[in-house]
Write a protein that binds this ligand. Structure first.
Ligand code: FES
Length: 584
């Protein structure tokens, strides 16, 4: 080996590892040749990491090894050298107490792997809810050229010729079962056919929302988000993304050039237009925070008021993600709301969003409504404030009951999730359909990890009487697949002494979505007195990651990132490649 042979693109980051003719360079090459690569891979071609969140414990991402192979084809074809690596993965359904507890851990894993290894660009493979924001947060902080390939939604669920959406219809049918209108045998059949392919949940839940947002931010190739996981075009776009990753490395097109304030405004507009998950607000604030960009809740409300909700997908609408793809996918949605977007925002294609969507078309107006004939004139999610949520709370108005948007009722308080589960179906519970269900200690520190407990089950007695929705309030999150008049992310949370902590059963609570108000109707002096007497609960963890989480987690309105991971100005610089290699 000699230096001339290894020069290639001399400015590439990986050259610091592989170009030197000294013992360090030799060591770096030798240990990769142990995997069977020839010396040609060190000829100066860009090294492309494939950051894979594949795991058999994350069913939504279980096909990503196959997607990675397609990416590799593209990288090799474009003259790059692909190297796939794993990180922790966050499986929404199996991981307890909540994947949100581990989103920041995955983001750190992604960031540090990109930073520590000889990568000139990275292809991020994600799908299930938190895997997308975790990778975007990590990649934003590492600020090495990056492109995302999302795993795509599952095919539609089908049961006895009924189309079923994951999560959304599970909840609806489970309520039917609790009301005695579905048998055990029927339920067993439903379990077997509601999730019938690879991919993430196929309603506009958190996964579909976040993959749409990744595309709206400009971090994927156009049209990536909505291709079903089982569609051959998913692998084709993965191959194209691999090719593009090689060019990104050579162009040094970094996330910090793409993830600008304009890109975040585009993403918020898209979130509102698609009726996206409430979780998107937390994740967007966290991703932006990595770049030193502040996204106050007021910004979401401002853009929500002026962005019509136009995408007719469950849980806020009728159809499923597969239908949205056939209707034109996200490029068609973005073309519809183009007058509201920053069309000059740069994307991973090297072109602007406006150029990317110029040729997009809508093929089904029942699914993507014209901007002038929206499903609702405002965006799906709005921000509430009041003495019960001084730093804000959110509600997905597109999935709420119109009759409950302005409501005043007495609180029925549950001190924590265990209390909720123990008493919600107790025949002695004094509750009517006008009651407001309140859940405490379900926030970032209180739960811990802010699980998706916000869409509390309705009391079985009321369900049997035909009640389908009630006002529910908590400091928890809610699955993007869920629906109902559910106030979430109350901040500050009860476990740090927010006013939610001192609500008592029988207190009157007033919700006015139109006026953006959430008020506890007790005298101010009484509220102050209760807050002064409040004492914090014992911490959930004394050691390990849990302790770190409790010590550094920010509140919901701040994105629930760790305080020390937010950038003050711009992305953190990438550490230079090592000059001294560690030989084993
Ligand atoms: Fe993974 Fe719904 S469980 S996206």
């Amino acid at each position: 080996m000699n230096d001339a042979k290894h020069n290639g693109h001399a400015n590439l980051r990986s050259r610091a590892w592989f170009a030197p003719s000294d013992i360090n360079g030799s060591s770096h090459r030798t240990y990769l040749r142990a995997e069977g690569f020839s010396s040609r891979v060190f000829d100066g071609r860009p090294v492309i990491g494939i950051c894979n969140s594949w795991s058999e414990l994350t069913a939504c991402n279980a096909h990503l090894r196959q997607v990675a192979e397609a990416v590799k084809r593209g990288v090799w074809a474009a003259g790059g050298f692909p190297l796939e690596f794993p990180t922790i993965s966050l499986g929404e359904v199996l991981m307890k107490p909540s994947t949100m507890l581990y989103r920041n851990l995955m983001a750190m894993d992604v960031e540090e792997c990109i930073r520590a290894y000889p990568l000139d660009a990275v292809v991020l493979l994600c799908g299930c809810d938190k895997t997308t924001p975790a990778q975007l947060m990590g990649a934003a902080s590492a600020d090495v050229p990056a492109i995302m390939v999302t795993g795509g939604p599952m095919l539609r669920g089908m049961w006895r010729n009924q189309e079923l959406g994951s999560g959304t219809d599970t909840r609806r049918l489970w309520a039917e079962k609790r009301a005695g209108r579905l048998s055990d045998e029927e339920w067993c059949e439903i379990e077997g056919c509601i999730s019938r392919s690879a991919g993430h949940c196929m309603v506009m839940g958190t996964a579909s929302t976040m993959t749409s947002i990744a595309e709206a931010l400009g971090m994927t190739l156009p049209g990536c988000a909505h291709i079903p996981a089982a569609d051959s075009r998913r692998l084709a776009i993965a191959e194209e993304s691999g090719r593009r990753a090689v060019e990104l490395a050579l162009e040094d097109l970094r996330p910090s050039k793409i993830l600008t304030p304009a890109a975040f405004e585009n993403a918020i507009r898209v979130d509102m237009a698609i009726g996206g998950s409430t979780n998107a607000i937390i994740h967007l604030i966290a991703i932006a925070g990595r770049l030193g960009i502040d996204l106050p809740l007021e910004k979401f409300d401002e853009l929500s008021r002026s962005t019509p909700f136009i995408v007719n997908i469950r849980p806020s609408g009728k159809y499923l993600m597969e239908d949205l793809y056939y209707a034109g996918g996200l490029p068609a949605v973005m073309k519809e709301i183009a007058p509201l977007l920053h069309l000059d925002a740069l994307t991973v294609t090297g072109k602007s969003i406006g150029e990317n969507i110029a040729g997009a078309a809508c093929y089904n107006r029942a699914i993507i409504r014209p901007l002038a004939e929206p499903l609702q004139p405002e965006g799906g999610t709005v921000v509430l404030k009041g003495n019960l949520a001084p730093h804000g709370a959110v509600i997905k108005q597109s999935a709420a009951s119109p009759l409950l948007m302005k409501h005043r009722g007495p609180a029925v308080v549950f001190e924590d999730y265990a209390d909720l589960m123990a008493r919600i179906d107790d025949p002695a519970l004094e509750v009517t359909e006008d009651s407001v269900l309140v859940l405490k200690n379900a926030g970032p520190k209180g739960a811990p990890g802010m699980p998706e407990w916000g869409d509390m089950p309705l009391p079985a007695r009321l369900l049997k009487a035909g009640v389908t929705d009630m006002v529910r309030i908590s400091d928890a999150r809610m699955s993007g697949t869920a629906y109902g008049t559910v106030v979430l992310h109350v901040s500050p949370e009860s476990a740090v002494g927010g006013p939610l902590a001192v609500v008592k059963t029988g207190d009157l609570i007033e919700l006015d979505v139109h006026a953006r108000k959430l008020e506890l109707r007790i005298p101010e002096a009484e509220l102050k007195q209760r807050l002064a007497a409040w004492r914090p609960p014992a911490p959930h963890y004394e050691r390990g990651y849990g302790r770190m989480f409790l010590d550094h987690i920010l509140q919901a309105h701040e994105g629930c990132d760790f305080d020390y991971l937010r950038a003050v100005r711009g992305a953190r610089p990438v550490t230079a490649a090592p000059t001294v290699a560690a030989l084993p």
